[in-house]
Design a protein around this ligand. Structure first.
Ligand code: GN1
Ligand code: MG
Length: 356
């Protein structure tokens, strides 16, 4: 980490009220959007400090309002459990009692209590992990089902609207370099062939034919903290919590928990959709959610996995064609590799579609 980043993070950390003195700061680069630091204080306590990416979230105050509402609701629910504080993120307050602090450059920063002694996964190769992932997402939705969805802000309008994502892809095609267009030609034609089918779920939602509930919208497996015994303990990364259809969440968990390779696997042949993990994930999810799901919602779970894999492929490819302006990348072809891996996953789903 650069000296400048260290100093900036330390200055922001000091604005939050914590019992000890911060003695170490490490950068965590797992997420694609925000800047994240893990802090340790001299009393051994740890914290997560984050700078919200305002290019992605133009209204960080709305993001924070949603996160405050959701974390407080969950904290109240889990208050009587001995490990209740480990089951929901908790926001630290600034010296003047606020949930975030605005830096001199206008960027919003927030701090969470760090939940330690947990396991996280970037890919899943085990059915028990898949079951527990599904169960954690179902429980998250269920525990928020008594909070009024309309009380939350729509922080990113049309975030999972496939039609919108395809129009962004078309725009990116218009302004892309010849070289990138050429490299992405095969992926582009596959995605355009699958446009109509991919639009189905978001169309049903926008027409009001699927209920609006509180959804997470980024349920990938590395956004779940698992206890050492394997239980899905806490769902993190709450930036995109807002009203949506539960199918956005089922889809994204299927996309990540049933892929036996990493999201950015370079060798597309290694990407495979695991039916066993799918069944386990679905069972874990339904165990927690079947009491509130409608028949329409349940019957579209399988399709949601394909749809959310497609939407992420469209978004990675759009970013590749736009010159990598949205997702953090580690090398020039990273977004293309990511899009290819998602398409390989869709193809693996299709080859087993009748067996789901
Ligand atoms: C981004 O921030 P991170 O890495 O958890 C993205 C998600 C994508 C995901 C793909 C706000 O999530 O929508 O599904 O990358 N978040 C935003 O890995 O765009
Ligand atoms: Mg996220």
């Amino acid at each position: 980490m650069s000296e400048e980043r260290f100093r900036e993070a330390m200055e922001m950390a000091e604005r939050f009220s914590v019992p000890g003195r911060i003695t170490s700061i490490e950068e965590n680069t797992v997420g694609h959007i925000n800047r994240t630091y893990i802090l340790t204080a001299d009393d051994g306590r740890k914290y997560t400090l984050q700078r919200i990416n305002s290019a992605v979230f133009p209204h960080p105050e709305d993001v924070m309002q949603n996160i405050k509402a959701v974390t407080e609701h969950l904290a109240e629910k889990y208050a009587s459990l001995p490990d209740g504080w480990r089951r929901a993120l908790s926001l630290m307050r600034t010296e003047d009692g606020k949930c975030c602090s605005v830096a001199g450059d206008g960027m919003y920063w927030r701090m969470y209590r760090y939940i330690d002694n947990v396991e996280t996964f970037s890919k899943v190769t085990d059915e028990d992990v898949a079951y527990n992932h599904g169960n954690a997402i179902g429980k998250f939705q269920k525990d928020l089902s008594d909070l009024d969805a309309s009380s939350l802000k729509t922080v990113l309008p049309l975030f999972h609207d496939m039609k919108t994502r395809f129009s962004q892809l078309r725009k990116a095609v218009e302004s892309a370099s010849e070289e990138r267009l050429e490299r992405a030609a095969g992926e582009l034609s596959f995605l355009f062939e699958n446009e109509e089918r991919g639009c189905r779920i978001s169309r049903l939602y926008s027409e009001g034919r699927l209920p609006a509930r509180i959804t997470h919208n980024d349920t990938k497996v590395n956004n779940v903290l698992f206890s050492p015994s394997g239980e899905g303990l806490c769902v993190i990364d709450l930036d995109t919590v807002m009203p949506g259809t539960v199918l956005f969440d089922t889809g994204d968990m299927i996309r990540t928990a049933c892929n036996t390779a990493d999201e950015d696997e370079k060798d597309a042949e290694k990407v495979a959709f695991s039916l066993g993990q799918y069944r386990a994930l679905r069972d874990g999810y339904l165990e927690a959610s079947s009491s509130f799901l409608t028949d329409d919602e349940s019957s579209l779970i399988k399709e949601s996995g394909r749809t959310m894999t497609e939407i992420v492929a469209v978004r990675f490819l759009t970013d590749y064609l736009s010159g990598d302006v949205y997702f953090r990348t580690a090398y020039p072809e990273h977004n293309l590799v990511r899009a290819r891996a998602q398409i390989a996953l869709m193809k693996s789903m299709d080859s087993q579609w009748r067996d789901f």
